[in-house]
Design a protein around this ligand. Structure first.
Ligand code: FMN
Length: 255
């Protein structure tokens, strides 16, 4: 590892170095809202997130009680809860046409310039009504597509998370992928900062939403980048994993 690479990153992503026009400024059309996906795949409907029954809606208590949880009950999440969690972390509230080639989404989380470069891949281990495997959330449609039903995938992913075995024992692991050109189109090299900041907001919403349904989350940033990107079929340059978080029902004695 180059010793001063972090300092260089902070230095050269300052606005002082932003001396050339962005693709937005030269008139290139904005990339699509959702990272391209295989449209031949069957779309899986999710229940209306508004129909969730929450156990606790007191924001002060949710913030106060939040802890990182790495041990989960065997009780599964259900599809209604998963739908709610996806909505809380990436849910699209509005699509605005800025120009004929420039659309933005307003979501339940903030994002620099409303670029929303993050995509959600789900490792499903224990969700009622959903086969285990890897899925992608298509935010603009609030639907899922299945990527693989490989029964070993949870262990493969846990191993890529530097053998953190709780990843495979969670109900779901949210894997957030940056499709970085969505932000680069507007903010150039500074986008790498923004995508990471965006991810923090997303994960915090997952932590707090989880508390409201008796579930616990653990953020995971210790993973082998090349390995996790390879498993997900990402090139690691234009699209790469930026953050992961596991979730599962809390063990009753911990409630
Ligand atoms: C950016 C980030 C990365 C993290 N990565 C991991 C991880 O890879 N494995 C893990 O067990 N916990 C991870 N955590 C959880 C922290 O260890 C945890 O937040 C910290 O110990 C404080 O505990 P609390 O969240 O219960 O307040 C991470 C947290 C953050 C914010």
């Amino acid at each position: 590892m180059e010793k001063n690479i972090g300092k260089k990153f902070i230095e050269f992503t300052k606005y002082d170095y932003s001396t050339y026009d962005s693709d937005q400024e030269v008139g290139i059309a904005s990339p699509s809202i959702d990272m391209p996906y295989d449209v031949s795949k069957t779309m899986i409907d999710l229940p209306d997130p508004a129909l969730i029954n929450l156990n606790n809606t007191n924001i002060k208590e949710l913030i106060e009680e939040r802890r990182s949880v790495r041990h989960y009950s065997k009780n599964s999440l259900n599809l209604q809860e998963l739908s709610y969690l996806l909505w809380c972390t990436q849910g699209v509230k509005e699509i605005i046409n800025r120009t004929p080639t420039y659309k933005i989404t307003l979501r339940t989380v903030p994002s620099a310039g409303a670029r929303h470069p993050l995509e959600t891949v789900l490792l499903i281990n224990n969700v009622k009504e959903l086969e285990s495997g890897l899925y992608r959330y298509i935010a603009s449609k609030h639907k899922l597509i299945q990527l693989t039903d490989n029964s070993n995938i949870s262990v493969i992913i846990a191993n890529a998370c530097l053998k953190q075995s709780f990843v495979a024992k969670s109900s779901v692991a949210f894997i957030w992928v940056a499709d970085i050109y969505k932000t680069i189109w507007r903010y150039k090299e500074r986008s790498y900062r923004y995508a990471l900041l965006d991810a923090g907001h997303v994960c915090q919403n997952l932590y707090l939403a989880a508390e409201s349904i008796d579930s616990g989350v653990c953020a995971v940033a210790a993973y082998d980048d090349n390995e996790i990107n390879r498993i997900l079929g990402l090139d690691g340059e234009n699209q790469f994993v930026v953050y992961i978080a596991t979730i599962g029902k809390k063990i009753k004695s911990n409630l």
